[in-house]
Write a protein that binds this ligand. Structure first.
Ligand SMILES: Nc1ncnc2c1ncn2[C@@H]1O[C@H](COP(=O)(O)OP(=O)(O)OP(=O)(O)O)[C@@H](O)[C@H]1O
Length: 357
């Protein structure tokens, strides 16, 4: 299975040099505020995706006073597929990526070998935030769940850009209109497929994470649902001319997340929203695992915030049984003592990471 077998971190945030051999299941990371727990999870996220899950400024990740950062990991693929060595060195201007000692040009090569999903306090934006959070989530799921998703997404983005450029010049070209409709249709269909796959994995999770609730996800396509996209564009042609931009299509799509008969963001408590977000992420991990034939890595920052003891237990029990490798940070280790199937514990103190025995 995919798992991080070793992790080496240098000059990253406040961390002192780190050498870890994490367990294959749940790794618990604890320490006081500001110790460096989140930084450790960010290091793993950065090695996979080139950026942290909090903020976009990659330069902030380099330890103050240092010129560059270094991340290295050995990633064990499913038994029989061997070990890959991933490395990233970045300074304030450039980045060098290596897989098995060879330089590679694209981050996606690391991401493919180390699929990582992070859950953190801002993940609630999936329910509470603007539609682009939900679109990005769905697209992220798609990238790992379907090999053709990346291309489908890129083709639409290109067509959208070109169409917008023409609209800014007050033009419309039939060939580009056709391409726009075609690529939009493909992206919409792929997203709907991904969503259906995700929903299939949610039944069991719903029973365990939010027992007694009914959850529905509905794709809102980014134009009037009772119309086809070409008709929506025809009817809204004047507005598009006025605003000189494409106003209808997958770039305006959203996901309606409902608990029972109401939108979750309007009726759910903070704790229920958090559980809903956890549930959706766990469904993604299960989907990726099924498609790829091996479990993924999940980073769970600040598990205890907003979750009561029962819900923390539900999450840890599920993680323990799922086979995914988890890195779970908590402020007080005592608060979740004895819960779930924790395989390794690490204490973080002033940027030093120490394995507990
Ligand atoms: N580039 C950097 N260089 C050095 N230190 C940094 C850098 N970026 C952030 N820090 C510091 O690293 C420390 C660790 O932050 P981190 O968010 O990892 O702590 P944490 O253990 O997750 O805390 P909390 O429980 O409060 O979430 C903070 O004191 C922060 O100011």
């Amino acid at each position: 299975m995919t798992r991080l077998a070793t992790l080496h971190v240098e000059r990253f945030r406040n961390l002192e040099p780190v050498d870890l051999e994490p367990a294959a299941g749940i790794n618990l990371i604890h320490g006081v505020n500001g110790a460096g727990k989140t930084s450790l999870l960010e290091a793993i996220h950065t090695l996979s995706l080139g950026r942290s899950f909090r903020g976009n400024n990659a330069n902030e990740l380099i330890r103050h006073g240092a010129d560059d950062l270094l991340l290295r990991a050995e990633v064990e693929a499913r038994s029989g597929r061997g070990v890959h060595r991933l490395a990233m060195q970045r300074d304030r201007r450039s980045m060098v990526l290596r897989v098995d000692q060879e330089n590679v040009p694209r981050l996606s090569e690391l991401a493919r070998l180390l699929p990582v999903l992070a859950l953190h306090p801002q993940s609630d934006d999936l329910v509470l935030g603007s539609p682009d959070h939900r679109r990005r989530f769905l697209d992220r799921v798609g990238f790992y769940a379907r090999t053709d998703f990346h291309e489908i997404h890129r083709n639409f983005q290109r067509a959208l850009k070109q169409r917008n450029a023409l609209l800014r010049r007050g033009q419309r070209e039939p060939a580009w209109e056709r391409l726009y409709l075609e690529t939009a249709g493909r992206l919409e269909a792929a997203r709907r497929d991904v969503l259906a796959d995700l929903e299939q994995r949610m039944t069991d999770l719903l029973d365990r994470m939010l027992p007694g609730h009914r959850l529905t996800l509905r794709y809102l396509p980014g134009y009037r649902q009772d119309l086809a996209l070409d008709e929506a564009i025809r009817q809204g042609g004047e507005r598009e001319r006025d605003q000189q931009a494409s106003l209808f299509g997958p770039h305006r799509a959203d996901l309606k997340i409902a608990l029972g008969d109401h939108e979750a963001r309007q009726v759910a408590s903070r704790g229920q929203i958090k559980m809903l977000v956890v549930l959706l992420h766990l469904a993604v991990l299960d989907l990726w695992a099924e498609v790829r034939g091996e479990p993924a890595v999940v980073l769970f920052d600040d598990l205890a915030s907003e979750l009561d003891a029962d819900n923390r237990r539900r999450v840890l029990d599920y993680l323990g049984q799922s086979g995914h490798q988890a890195f779970v940070s908590v402020i007080a280790a005592d608060a979740i003592d004895g819960e779930g199937d924790i395989q390794a514990r690490f204490a973080v103190e002033d940027g030093q990471v120490r394995k507990m025995v």
